[in-house]
Design a protein around this ligand. Structure first.
Ligand code: SAM
Length: 237
């Protein structure tokens, strides 16, 4: 295994898109390789440059940045591809976690790999992995579902369609729809064990466990704030 500062560490390769995982809350959750990669790339492509500049400032990394929001992603992909074609090394980061998991990084990777460019992952934090391993639910088999659609009918159809899937189901959800998803789970999966993983790696990290109805009762007099992963255990047969 390489040690930090090891001269045998391979140099970054020209014309490569590096997918660099960043913390999901705790600034210490970043790997040595991620920091070295961010220091050595030619440019950092960030979902939101203002958000990411706090992380980079914390580690005294000063690099040119380009932003790619969901809205201008298609155009930015073109710019990223042109830069890769010129042999630039690009570090792609998102607001949190592993680029490409339920975030706009996915489209940039598709475009770069379809154009034949080298794509390399610099692994690190990912919210659903942290949530799954601390949930107490089965980890051997699981299905990551990302975000449900916004419309009620589509959400319910999606939840029902997932019923025959074995293993733990994992969802990302906005704080505004946590109560909504719990009501939907109460209706569709009343007997399953549900886990809510809130604010992982942050000061107010919290894990709530129980049947949907029990969790609803637990949070009845609270306003749940922050970021959430929702997990649904498999049907007990
Ligand atoms: N790429 C990221 C990853 O690797 O997990 C996910 C990006 S997605 C746009 C953001 C969602 O991830 C949030 O809405 C929430 O569901 C989940 N998430 C991110 N950070 C979290 C945290 N600290 N605690 C709980 N959930 C988190």
């Amino acid at each position: 295994m390489n040690s930090p500062g090891d001269a045998s560490l391979p140099p970054l390769q020209a014309g490569t898109l590096y997918l660099v995982a960043t913390p999901i809350g705790n600034l210490e959750d970043i790997t040595l390789r991620a920091l070295r990669t961010l220091r050595e790339v030619d440019v950092i492509a960030a979902e939101d440059t203002r958000h990411s500049s706090r992380l980079l400032a914390h580690y005294q990394i000063s690099k040119p940045m380009i932003s790619y929001f969901q809205f201008n992603e298609a155009k930015r992909s073109e710019e990223i591809l042109a830069r890769l074609a010129r042999g630039e090394k690009i570090g792609l980061i998102t607001d949190a976690g592993t680029p490409g998991i339920s975030d706009p990084g996915e489209r940039v990777v598709k475009a770069a790999s379809a154009a034949g460019f080298r794509v390399e992952s610099v692994p690190g934090p990912c919210a659903f992995v942290s949530a799954l391993v601390s949930s107490g639910l089965p980890t051997e088999e699981f299905h990551f579902c990302g975000f449900l659609p916004h419309k009620s009918g589509q959400r319910k159809n999606k939840l029902k369609a997932l019923e025959p899937i074995p293993g733990t189901l994992i969802f990302y959800e906005s704080p505004y729809r946590v109560e909504k998803i719990l009501e939907e789970l109460k209706e569709i999966y009343p007997a399953r064990e549900v886990v809510i993983a809130r604010e992982l790696t942050k000061k107010f990290e919290e894990i709530l466990r129980g049947r949907p109805e029990e969790i609803i009762a637990k949070i009845q007099n609270r306003t749940l704030k922050g970021e959430f992963v929702i997990l649904v255990g498999p049907a007990i047969t």
